[in-house]
Structures are given as C-alpha cells and as structure tokens.
Design a protein around this ligand. Structure first.
Ligand SMILES: CC(C)(COP(=O)(O)OP(=O)(O)OC[C@H]1O[C@@H](n2cnc3c(N)ncnc32)[C@H](O)[C@@H]1OP(=O)(O)O)[C@@H](O)C(=O)NCCC(=O)NCCS
Length: 294
C-alpha cells in the first residue's frame, strides 16, 4: 500500500488492490458518468477475477473513491483503462496516483511501454494526463455508418492461412507506421504483431485485394454483437474503398447495426469516407509512456 499526501486536509489517499466490497461504491460513482452509459459495471466482475490484470482502488478515510485497471497485451505493452474518480474527490490528483500505481505494476511485469486512450473532448482526463506527463502517441478518428450494402464487391479475398508475404507487405506500408503498429476495436488499441495478425487471419477477419499477384490493400475487422469495426487498413485508396464496401455488405448480411472505421486523424482516407456517407463520431487520443529503467 502506498501513502500519499493529504487531500485538502480531509484525509489521505491510499491505493490498494480492489476487492469484492468495492463493487457497490464504484458502481455508485459509475452511475453519474456518461449519463449512466459507463461500461465499467459490465466489466467489473471480469476485471476483479482476472489474475493476469490489475484492478486497483483509491480510498480516502476508508471510503472507496476511485478505480483503475491495467492488463498486459502482446509485445510487453501494458494497457491502462477504466480510471474513475468520485465527483467530490476530483481535482486532488487521485487519477494521477492511480495511474502511477498501475505504471509501477506494469514495470513489475516487465512492460516496455504503458498505453491508454481518452476522448479528445474529455478535458478533465486530458488535463490529468498532461499534468502527469503522459505523452500523446497518436490521435485517431472514428467514423460510423449505419447503411449497409446489398451488393457484394468482387475481387476480395479472406485468406485464412498465415502468410509471411502479406505480413511483410503490411509492415512496409506507411499506414503501419502511422498506426504505430496498432489496431483497434474502437475502445482499445492493441499491438499489431505477426502473432496477433495471424490470429485475425485464422478467424477470417482479414480482407485483402490483389493486383498483379501483389497485395494492393488489406484490413483487419472486429465483429461484435452490434458493430463491425474496421480496426486497421492499408493500401491504395480505391482498393481500400472496396474493402470498406465489402464490410458494409457484411454488415447488411450479418445484421449488424453499424460499421465503425478507426483511422489516424490525418489519414487521407477521411475525405473518401466522408463522401460515401460516413459520419465522424469521435476523436480519440492514444497516449504512450516508455517504462525504461528508473
Ligand atoms: C478524468 C478523471 C479520472 C480525473 O480525475 P482527477 O482525480 O480529478 O484528476 P486530477 O486531480 O489529476 O485532475 C485533473 C485535472 O482536470 C481538472 N478537471 C477536473 N474536472 C474537470 C472538468 N469537468 N473539466 C475540465 N477540467 C477538469 C482538474 O482541475 C485538474 O486540472 P488542474 O490540475 O489543471 O486543475 C475524473 O475527472 C473522472 O473520473 N472523470 C470521469 C471518468 C473519465 O472521464 N475517466 C477517464 C476516461 S479515459
């Protein structure tokens, strides 16, 4: 347990591992966040039970007033998420203490970097991250469309076998660098490695077009109950738009409510998507801190 400075003389902030009894006060805090649409109640039990991740709370005078979670992704990357602080205890630096406790945990797990994201309109979160010196890695734009397509574009392949050639081609695209070797499901950014790429291939979640026997575009998509999410895309614009139309066709056939596309916020594809009816729905900032030797 860590001792920390006094919160406006009203009590000390303690950071500790979460326990079952923290659920009620945390869900109470969560009720007032994002108009009651916070995802935390849906994940609390899994986070608490998960031995591989780390769920911590902040207490003041024994009262549970904050929470945060971390887990290890591929390639020694730690993902931090779910920071919530009780309304009455905001502005005292509690989020910063939760964050540094998770960073310490990540270090103890040999993480190379810690990453997290926040909506660009979340000023409190951005202030807190700036204050603790968490550097911005990349800003992403999320675009949505609810209209599917009935016609299936031709010339699209769904390769399922691991392909070193495709992986080498993908890694050499400028968008691979722009994406900082990550893909997203819309909420979390994951390392895009040979292994994670292979997993998406075997699940049939990679679409490819080719020209003259060479890949000309490739995307990874995530299929969830209501959404399809294009979480990474690379290649020539016209070919990429074919992949997007294929996903709109899949969305129609699989009866998903919407297709979301996640792109680096300066992507040249934004205009093409805008013209084909996509709406910009969120700007999300991904942060990354190196966890070198202290
Ligand atoms: C974001 C959050 C976790 C920050 O927690 P915190 O313990 O108050 O963080 P800090 O004490 O370090 O304060 C952060 C900064 O935001 C400021 N701040 C607090 N509420 C704010 C608001 N509504 N709008 C703008 N700034 C705000 C604080 O004054 C402080 O800035 P300052 O040091 O320049 O004064 C907290 O506001 C919260 O729980 N928000 C709702 C959930 C959320 O958005 N979580 C993050 C999801 S990525």
């Amino acid at each position: 347990m860590k001792r920390a400075p006094t919160v406006r003389k009203s009590g000390r902030v303690l950071i500790r591992k979460a326990k079952a009894a923290d659920k009620a006060p945390i869900l109470e805090i969560s009720k007032n966040i994002w108009g009651g649409h916070d995802y935390l109640p849906a994940v609390w039990d899994d986070w608490l039970a998960d031995k591989k991740g780390r769920l911590i709370v902040a207490t003041v005078n024994g009262r549970t007033v904050g929470v945060a979670h971390a887990s290890m992704q591929a390639n020694y990357v730690a993902w931090l998420e779910g920071v919530r602080v009780h309304e009455k205890y905001r502005g005292f630096g509690i989020a910063g203490k939760l964050n540094s406790a998770l960073v310490e945990w990540a270090r103890s797990r040999s993480a190379r970097v810690a990453r997290l994201c926040t909506g660009s309109s979340n000023q409190a979160s951005r202030n807190h991250l700036q204050k603790i010196g968490f550097p911005v890695l990349q800003t992403f734009q999320r675009l949505d469309i609810t209209r599917g397509l009935r016609a299936k574009p031709t010339g699209i392949r769904t390769p399922r076998r691991p392909s070193n050639r495709l992986w080498e081609w993908l890694k050499a695209r400028p968008t691979f660098t722009e994406n900082h070797a990550m893909y997203s499901d819309g909420w979390t950014w994951y390392p895009l490695t040979a292994k994670t790429f292979r997993q998406h291939l075997t699940h049939g979640h990679v679409l490819v077009t080719s020209k003259n026997g060479q890949p000309s575009s490739c995307c990874i998509f995530i299929d969830e109950a209501k959404f399809l999410t294009l979480g990474f895309v690379a290649g020539e614009r016209a070919e990429v738009m074919k992949l997007v139309r294929t996903l709109r066709f899949l969305m129609f056939r699989m009866k998903r409510e919407r297709l979301r596309v996640i792109l680096p916020s300066r992507s040249s594809l934004l205009r093409s998507l805008d013209r084909s009816g996509f709406e910009k729905t969120a700007k999300i900032i991904v942060y990354e801190r190196f966890l070198g030797q202290r």
